[in-house]
Design a protein around this ligand. Structure first.
Ligand SMILES: Cc1cc2nc3c(=O)[nH]c(=O)nc-3n(C[C@H](O)[C@H](O)[C@H](O)COP(=O)(O)OP(=O)(O)OC[C@H]3O[C@@H](n4cnc5c(N)ncnc54)[C@H](O)[C@@H]3O)c2cc1C
Length: 457
């Protein structure tokens, strides 16, 4: 059956093969771009089942897509693929305040959920910097983190139950609605972070938390990135767990100043954006300790008391990625993680890589949990520069692994990191993972070519 037969399984307005439409769904934030043969917009689980069966029976591939903000090409189509956009499944289905959880469809935008919950005195901790534009389904598929991960953990820590459609159209329900549950293997945790390669997630039950009584936001400016990094290690070593510790280096500050006219002083080398939350009196003490540690390493502290000034700072932090895109045509955005006491060594190593290969590198991100976004500025149309940038990526990964880290903390493998996974995983692990993929998807229908380096595309 050709694509025209989609009309037998879906309402006309729920799919398109128009070239203009297809072009809009061929890319994500990685900059990679491949046009699908059709785009479908399921409105419910039944639609997903029908589309999946259609693809299964007619040998099309299915690419699930949330909002296309992924950094590693996870939702970029493969050959002969139907792009399944979950954007219309964007409803909050049930808010169970008594039991602290919420049931949502995958297309709900993270920031919209946050607003709904805040109005009821709750919050959902995972807050990727892309929260206003990324979907919860995409967050689950990537196991997204965010600034608050340092204290509250990542998406995986909040997913209680999933409904998902297998590549042959069967629907599974995983997990429990209760605080505990150990019956059988934990398929929920397996699906979280599976990057759309095992099943299409159609419903998600998330744990939520009551809002903290109070938040203190601090900004500390440093004259060297090493001092900023040592400050982070020392804060964590005291036993205080801030809600966030975000780092921005000199190039990042320059880029944000240019885009947003934030007015960060040009003579400083790096900034830490630190927040503590909880009981008002307790966090006042924590803020004092943090302030003293910053001073010890030469950091000049400013405290934001008003909600408005907090939001201004967070808006600046969230604009880092778009701001950096204005500095060079291409940036390779890596998201390595090292143990927290190795953050200074990582940042010093990156400076050396930048000098050695004569390429600007901007570092920013979630320093409090050791997750640094290392952005190598290059131009994909300049072969010499791009080849150098790729060498930097490999050497960065070698450095990260030698420090006991991992090559991706939250962006996943997708297409861009597939060729590097054997630097971190041995063949026993890779073969087991491929076996799991085969068990879920024997015909390799769902999001082929992602994660594993040897799959044919
Ligand atoms: C400016 C910017 C800042 C960012 N900051 C962060 C950050 O702080 N932390 C962080 O973790 N990430 C960050 N990201 C990366 C990105 O936003 C996250 O990976 C996010 O989780 C992707 O969500 P999405 O809805 O855009 O998913 P997409 O990009 O559409 O898809 C991502 C992957 O999920 C799969 N997928 C999507 N929906 C489903 C579904 N329903 N079922 C099965 N598979 C599905 C896709 O196939 C793909 O493999 C940032 C990105 C940008 C552009």
């Amino acid at each position: 059956m050709g694509l025209k037969s989609l009309s037998k399984v879906l309402l006309e307005e729920r799919y398109s093969t128009d070239k203009e439409v297809l072009l809009c769904y061929g890319y994500d934030a990685s900059g990679l771009d491949i046009t699908p043969v059709a785009v479908v917009w399921p409105h419910d689980t039944t639609d997903i089942v029908k589309i999946t069966r259609f693809a299964y029976e007619n040998k099309y591939k299915i690419i699930p897509r949330g909002a296309g903000t992924g950094m590693t090409g996870g939702s970029v189509p493969a050959e002969n693929s139907i792009l399944m956009s979950l954007e219309k499944m964007n409803h909050i289905l049930e808010l169970d305040v008594e039991n602290h959880n919420v049931l949502v469809e995958p297309g709900v935008i993270n920031g919209s959920l946050q607003l709904e919950l805040e109005a009821k005195g709750y919050f959902y901790p995972p807050d990727p910097a892309s929260l206003n534009i990324c979907s919860i389904g995409g967050n689950v598929a990537e196991n997204a983190g965010g600034p608050r991960a340092v204290k509250y953990g990542v998406t995986r820590d909040y997913v209680m139950q999933l409904e998902a459609v297998l590549p042959d159209g069967r629907v599974i329900n995983t997990g429990v609605k209760t605080a505990k549950g150990v019956v059988g293997y934990d398929l929920t945790r397996l699906l979280v972070g599976s990057e759309g390669t095992l099943a299409t997630i159609s419903k998600i039950r998330l744990k939520i938390l009551p809002q903290p009584e109070s938040i203190v936001t601090m900004l500390s400016a440093f004259t060297s990135i090493e001092s900023a990094a040592m400050t982070v290690s020392k804060i964590i070593a005291t036993g205080i767990i801030p809600r966030t510790i975000e780092l921005m280096d000199r190039l990042t500050l320059y880029a944000v100043n240019r885009l947003k006219q934030v007015g960060f002083p040009e003579d400083i080398d790096s900034l830490l954006l630190i927040e503590v939350d909880g009981n008002r009196r307790a966090i006042a003490k924590e803020a004092d300790v943090i302030s003293n540690i910053c001073n010890e390493f030469g950091g000049k502290i400013k405290v934001a008391l008003e909600n408005q000034s907090r939001e201004f700072l967070w808006d600046a932090r969230r604009s880092v990625s778009p701001a950096l895109y204005k500095l060079s045509p291409t940036k390779l955005n890596e998201d390595v993680v090292v143990p927290i006491n190795k953050v200074p060594a990582l940042l010093m190593g990156v400076e050396k890589l930048s000098e050695k290969h004569d390429l600007p590198i901007a570092c920013f991100g979630h320093a409090g949990d050791g997750n640094i976004h290392v952005n190598i500025m290059t131009d994909k149309n300049n072969r010499e520069s791009f080849e150098k940038a790729e060498k930097v990526v490999r050497e960065l990964f070698e450095l990260t692994l030698s420090l006991g880290g991992t090559i991706s903390g939250e962006h996943g493998v997708g297409l861009t990191k597939a060729k590097y996974i054997d630097m971190e995983l041995d063949m026993i692990n890779i073969d087991l993972m491929k076996g799991i993929k085969k068990l879920f998807d024997p015909q390799n229908i769902l999001n082929p070519g992602k994660i594993f380096p040897n799959d044919k595309r």
